[in-house]
Write a protein that binds this ligand. Sequence first.
Ligand code: GLN
Length: 481
Amino acid sequence: MSHLPQTIHEARRLLRSGAMTSVELTEAYLERIAWMEPDIRAYLHVAEAQSLAQARLADERMAAGQDTPLLGVPLGVKDIINVQGMPATAGSRILEGFRPPYEATVVRKLREQGAVFLGKLNTDEFAMGWSTENSAYGVTHNPWALDRVPGGSSGGPAAAVAAGEAIAALGTDTGGSVRQPASWTNTVGLRPTYGRVSRYGVIAFASSLDQVGPMTRDVRDSALLLEAIAGHDPKDSTTFPDAVPHYADMLDGGVRGMRFGLPREYFTERMHPGVERATREAVARLRDLGAIVEEVSLPHTGYGMPVYYLIATAEASANLSRYDGVRYGYSAQAPDLQENYKLTRGRGFGPEVKRRILLGTYALSAGYYDAYYLKAQKVRTLIRADFDAVFERCDALIAPVAPIPPYRIGEAPTDPVALYLLDVLTLPSALAGVPALALPAGFVEDDGAKLPVGVQFIGRPLDEATLFRIGRAFEQTNEVA
Ligand code: GLN
């Protein structure tokens, strides 16, 4: 096969026309994985036999006249989302050997629509991190600069899509984990409105923040994939009952006359000059397309980091209490129960996860609950109100995604607070539960390297359609890399 399609819509066109079968397409992707993985290391598990069996089934369905937007298309899945018959480690030793007995709703939906799952993709342990360096199974390399991190926690999905090792992938975003790696790998990442997509079967980190999001090469694919996974799920009571729009039919129309807010607080002190320049250029491009861009203020932005790291760690400490060495994965097999808990958790969790369990347990402990957790929830309401106020005037916000470009593997800031500050531009929207679409905005120079940089559009709750329309108009202004 001479030409390997790189988007869902292109693959579907070729499959539909009979130019190739899903088995051929899947085989070609498996070959590509075998060829690229020594450099990239995005996959924790490649499901050769299973994906080919799915592809055969898809070919049969096509032969029987079926045609759905994902039929026969090979995708990757972040290893924090349960796929029947495949391991699920969440990047943690504590889940080594665990095979979930059930499947995530998002995966079930894709399976029903005939998608093919190539395998499971690397993640920071329990999605806590920025780079995949917190994965217990090794770091993933950025396809644009192999000595750099791909971002995280959905670094595996981002790198796989960027390197052409999957047509598209599913990631998760708790405080930026879809958008930041997308912006560091020149790919498109959507954090949907909290409640738009089911969390059932997704290994929980912080339940009031976790959302599954599409990671794709273009905006049309993001729309197709969101439509395929979104919707009400009786197994996740936080999902909206609202009907899912046909997002892919709503991409056109442009941004002429639309009002954008540029949040003043998002140009932080430690921002790399190249990131600031790319954001300002993106604003200029929007104006050229006929949009109105005005500076706005989200006054509680500065509280995003402390509020997120109280709420997310508190919820994580509760969610992660289930890993007791009895029910799942790794067990230290100590003869005495208390000792078994201690050894299993001591050996099974990595340092970042332990730090968060400690922080979260402290924040929830008697006497501190009101001072920390409750207070954080109140400030979260103020952060949400900041967004409500600007959305009275603006259709969407435009903002940078991460303050710096991808750093070299092993060269992350050593001070945890400096690390936590990497998320300042993605945490407030996650806390507010609003959707945000990150997409390529060009490249920045850093220490001799040319590195991808993204921009994000933040929208009103449940208004992903507007984000796709903006994204589609914006991506057409990108030069082909
Ligand atoms: N980097 C943030 C954290 O470590 C966000 C991670 C995420 O969205 N899963 O918590």
